[in-house]
Design a protein around this ligand. Structure first.
Ligand code: RP5
Length: 169
């Protein structure tokens, strides 16, 4: 399990069904690192390591996690099953796996949760937004995180405004 170096207590758990999801899911880690939010990353497969999934989900709150980001592709049951096993907020990232039907399998199997057990589903391969959403959840009660998010928004705004200026010239 890897962890950001700056804090001993991860607030966000990033999990994924397979190492093949890492390329996509590293987007969540990158943005959390930029926002200085401590996180951990590991592989948990709903189908191949179901007992590990159960242990991870049931132990998440106790070890201090506040939000879980779960990415998976194909028959992507990991986010939903983790959501069923914890009351922490779970953000689901549908990963477009190589054999997928344009990613619709991943999207629908994460998105279509039964009433009562929500997963906040982001876009296909939308791991960066999952990281930002996790930060926003933390930022609702943490002023330092809220400030980091404001700064991140300002950077985006300035970038757009620079391109507006360039087009004017
Ligand atoms: C899912 O199956 C994983 O989340 C991954 O997206 C997909 C393919 O996994 P591998 O066969 O590459 O391990 O469980």
């Amino acid at each position: 399990m890897s962890q950001s170096p700056d804090s001993p207590t991860p607030l966000v758990g990033i999990i994924m069904g397979s190492q093949s999801d890492l390329k996509v899911m590293s987007g969540a880690a990158d943005i959390l690192e930029q926002l200085h939010i401590p996180f951990e990353v590991t592989i948990v497969s709903a189908h191949r390591t179901p007992h590990r999934m159960l242990e991870y989900a049931e132990g998440a709150r106790k070890k201090g996690l506040k939000v879980i980001i779960a990415g998976a592709g194909g028959a992507a049951h990991l986010p939903g099953m983790v959501a069923a096993l914890t009351t922490l907020p779970v953000i689901g990232v549908p990963v477009k796996s190589s054999n997928s039907i344009d990613g619709w399998d991943s999207i629908l199997s994460i998105l279509q949760m039964p009433s009562g057990v929500p997963v906040a589903t982001v876009a296909l391969n939308g791991a960066t937004n999952a990281g930002i959403l996790a930060a926003q959840i933390l930022g609702s009660t943490n002023a330092v995180v809220a400030d980091a998010l404001e700064k991140h928004r300002a950077v985006q705004r300035d970038k757009v405004m620079r391109s507006v200026e360039q087009l004017r010239r």
